[in-house]
Design a protein around this ligand. Structure first.
Ligand code: NAD
Length: 353
């Protein structure tokens, strides 16, 4: 198969981890006789520095022409002045909106061998396998923002169609799994959450009667995710709650560096990125964990290119190298030997035969 993939390294550790993702894709192309072309473009702080805009027109054009987009992360202290006219995050929110990728899939699977890398009790973690479906292009992150001398506001708005389509995505995924859907909101205080709850109830009862729907308040969900994570199957939630809950859920998997994400819209073109940020504290040292990005590459192969066998091979390779004891610094414990970003990537690449 021929495919064009836009790579947006971004800032901080973004260039290091996307390099790992590209190496894995090149290995897959070699092993299966595919031809992948890569177009590397600017986003975030790097784009502000180079062309005074966090999301240049060339980047948007390249993403539109591509079959899939692989993104690292954006942001860092250099661009964090709250009074700056442009911020790196505008590039990230902008490309999500531009591509219409409203559904952010964040699988959280605990690899048994990593249970001891988690700050949580290992016995709570065995068998954890859940999927968070986060709404990505609506809610408070996209609503109107206002600021005057002594007050500020961020509008949180959801339309019925936005809730309908994300609940459908989540319910379809639940159907392929254990048929359990947990919709997370804050319906005791937020009007947007009451709309969310009504719509979720209607869509699931009318269109997915075979899926068991449960509603949970976000504060309770935050607690249950740590206390009984195994009981979750698919979680569907709005933009900000999903952002926060998945960072929390990353601790189940041992590190923020382990988790992938796929952002999908109506077409097959998706945006794939690890869930972590640009990690300025470790940037440029070749010590970042590339596993979240490599797992995102597997999602890219599956959802945008329809290459299931290749996707499964990447996931198996990742699992295998971790089972064999390969560890980057963030998931190493005690006397574990520590691998660099490039050495960890090389192990996965070698494993793909
Ligand atoms: P972060 O995710 O960048 O880092 C949090 C902690 O996790 C840090 O200690 C970091 O070293 C560690 N970490 C993250 N990814 C890792 C990896 N792959 N391997 C090993 N350790 C890893 O979050 P932050 O520190 O709150 O934010 C830093 C910058 O990233 C900010 O500018 C923020 O706005 C930005 N950010 C960007 C995105 C994105 O691009 N999607 C997401 C979150 C934060």
């Amino acid at each position: 198969m021929d495919a064009l993939i836009t790579v947006l390294p971004g800032d901080g550790i973004g260039p290091e981890v996307t390099k790992s993702g590209v190496r894995v894709l090149q290995r897959i192309a070699e092993a299966f006789g595919h031809h992948f072309d890569f177009s590397t473009q600017l986003i975030g702080g790097a784009a502000i520095d180079a062309c005074n805009h966090p999301l240049p027109a060339d980047t948007i054009a390249s993403c539109h022409e591509s079959d899939a987009v692989l993104l690292g992360a954006v942001g860092g202290p250099k661009w964090s002045d709250p009074n700056a006219p442009m911020r790196p995050e505008q590039g990230l929110l902008g490309i999500r909106a531009e591509l219409g990728v409203f559904a952010n899939l964040r699988p959280v699977r605990v690899i048994d061998e990593l249970a001891k890398a988690s700050p949580l009790k290992a016995e709570l973690l065995t068998g954890v396998d859940l999927m968070v479906v986060r709404e990505l292009t609506g809610g408070i992150y996209f609503g109107e923002k206002k600021r005057d001398t002594d007050s500020a506001s961020d509008l949180c708005i959801y339309h019925t169609f936005e809730v309908e389509r994300i609940v459908r995505v989540a319910a379809r995924i639940a159907r392929e799994r254990k048929r359990k859907l947990c919709s997370v909101d804050k319906a005791n205080v937020l009007e947007t959450s009451r709309l969310w709850r009504d719509v979720a109830t209607r869509i699931v009862s009318q269109e997915f009667p075979d899926v068991a729907l449960e509603h949970m308040l976000v504060d309770a969900a935050a607690m249950h995710l740590l206390a009984r994570p195994r009981e979750f199957d698919v979680i569907v939630t709005e933009n900000m709650f999903g952002d926060i809950l998945t960072d929390e859920a990353s601790m189940l998997a041992g590190s923020l560096g382990m988790l992938p994400s796929a952002s999908l819209g109506e077409s097959k073109r998706g945006l794939y990125e690890p869930i972590h940020g640009s990690a300025p504290d470790i940037a440029g040292r070749n010590i970042a964990n590339p596993c979240g990005t490599i797992a995102s590459v597997a999602l890219l192969l599956r959802h945008s290119l329809g290459l299931e066998a290749e996707a499964a091979l990447v996931e198996t390779a990742l699992l295998q190298v971790i089972s064999n004891g390969a560890r980057t610094a963030d998931i190493a414990r005690g006397n574990d030997p520590v691998l660099s970003t490039s050495a960890m990537t090389a192990k996965v690449v070698e494993q793909i035969r």
